[in-house]
Design a protein around this ligand. Structure first.
Ligand SMILES: Cc1cc2nc3c(=O)[nH]c(=O)nc-3n(C[C@H](O)[C@H](O)[C@H](O)COP(=O)(O)O)c2cc1C
Length: 190
């Protein structure tokens, strides 16, 4: 396969989900503002911009959510093997201790499509800045549960919007290999 390399292509191909971050290095204001600008530059149908972001940098709140998530899942039967392994680590936290977590929300009536474009823009921009990200979707089960709901309320999601997933963001403390991809998932009409 021939790949034409440039900065954007190389950023897309080199991005990985990272699950270890430098804990004492918060994003600079310029980094955060750049990520937000890139997110909000995403396309949306009829330019409705049907998204909302909650930027969470309150470590105590992130820990509280992380602790609650572990309490909820630890005794569940049929956990996926990857979760069983993660829960064996006493230092495990659902956000992997990223210093910033951005909750991506969508307008409930319009659905998640537009917000997914915004999220991917943020993820790619972060990688291009030397930052790393991981989508964190699993924790939403906890935040929607009766125990987690008061914590979700503290995130300030506006009425008419719903949470989709978090993006953990920080300076990477690991360099994972690429996960496998199926390059055959297309057809071609000539
Ligand atoms: C919508 C969505 C939700 C995800 N939720 C989680 C999650 O809760 N925890 C996690 O460790 N990774 C999560 N991931 C990351 C995926 O596991 C990862 O993207 C996939 O394994 C491919 O690896 P890569 O991103 O390094 O290419 C999520 C990814 C997406 C797109």
């Amino acid at each position: 396969m021939t790949i034409i390399h440039n900065a954007v292509v190389d950023t897309i191909l080199a991005r990985r989900s990272v699950r270890a971050f430098q804990r004492d290095r918060q994003l600079t204001e310029a980094e955060l503002e750049t990520l937000l600008a890139c997110g909000f530059a995403a396309p949306s149908g009829m330019n409705v911009q049907s998204w909302h972001l909650c930027v969470v940098q309150d470590r105590a709140l992130l820990e509280e959510i992380g602790d609650g998530f572990v309490r909820m899942v630890k005794d569940r039967p049929n956990l996926p093997p990857v979760m069983v392994e993660r829960l064996k680590d006493p230092d495990y936290q659902v956000f992997f201790h990223a210093p910033t977590d951005i909750l991506v929300c969508c307008e409930t009536s319009r659905g998640p499509t537009n917000s997914a474009h915004l999220a991917e823009n943020i993820v790619l921009a972060a990688h291009s800045l030397g930052l790393a990200t991981c989508f964190i979707g699993g924790v939403l089960d906890y935040l929607r549960s009766p125990e987690g709901a008061p914590l979700l309320a503290r995130l300030g999601i506006p009425a008419g919007y719903e949470p989709m997933y978090f993006l953990s963001v920080g300076v990477p403390a690991e360099s994972p290999d690429a996960r496998p991809r199926d390059a055959g998932k297309f057809n071609r009409i000539l």
